[in-house]
Write a protein that binds this ligand. Structure first.
Ligand SMILES: [Ca+2]
Ligand SMILES: [Ca+2]
Length: 224
């Protein structure tokens, strides 16, 4: 092997090591074909096959809107974070296949995200600096299992089947919040409050957009 060729290989290998992993972005409209469903009164979106693996989601919220996506948790340490967008005040909700809320967050001000949102495993959220890190009875999802991640805007609330607030986000803006003790925790409907709308960008770490077929139990959330 010539010195030049060997040097070239070393440079290429060095660049490969230095290059940061690039996120693969799923767009609600260009990849998903249009408005993502509202869970469970409309379909949610998921990837068509095992590749590529999507770990970032972009879309647009209307004035009264919820966009839902199937995500699979791939690591015990994971986050789903709204990182940018013109929607200035988002909310994130994570439900399991029985429509039970595991956790929700309104404002990720602890990360400098202001009125945008972040959900994560409880250990990661607890370790966040500044005013954040507060948790109120969230439940960690299971690695390898699929869930529904829904995004909407303040102050549209999720209601249970009896019409009660599933989560007390109104008094826990910057906390990771689980089920309101006065609620069954089982999703019934969205309150439907006007939110203002705008674009959003959700970055997934330790989680991916569900690749390919979604379990029948999750499919039942769709009215299609
Ligand atoms: Ca929608
Ligand atoms: Ca918010």
């Amino acid at each position: 092997m010539s010195k030049v060729f060997r040097s070239l290989i070393l440079v290429v290998v060095g660049l490969m090591i230095a290059a940061p992993a690039m996120a693969v972005v799923w767009d609600e409209t260009t990849d998903g074909g249009g408005d993502a469903g509202d869970f469970p009164t409309g379909a949610y979106q998921f990837a068509p096959g095992p590749a590529p693996v999507y770990d970032e989601i972009t879309g647009t919220l209307l004035d009264v809107d919820v966009d839902a996506y199937c995500i699979e948790i791939t690591s015990a340490t994971w986050t789903a974070e709204v990182v940018a967008g013109t929607e200035t005040d988002t909310r994130l909700w994570l439900f399991d296949e029985t429509r039970l809320l595991l956790m929700a967050n309104d404002d990720s001000s602890q990360l400098g995200g202001g009125l945008q949102s972040l959900v994560s495993d409880t250990a990661t959220f607890t370790a966040l600096p500044a005013e954040g890190g507060l948790i109120d009875s969230p439940t960690n999802p299971t690695v390898g299992i699929r869930y529904v991640l829904a995004i909407n805007g303040f102050g549209d609330d999720a209601l249970d089947t009896a019409g009660a607030l599933i989560s007390n986000l109104n008094s826990n803006f910057a906390a990771l919040v689980g089920i309101n003790p006065a609620s069954s925790g089982v999703f019934g409907s969205w309150e439907g409050a006007t939110q203002g709308g705008g674009t959003y960008d959700i970055v997934l770490t330790g989680a991916i957009l569900c690749p390919g077929l979604v379990p029948v139990t999750l499919q039942s959330f769709s009215i299609d």
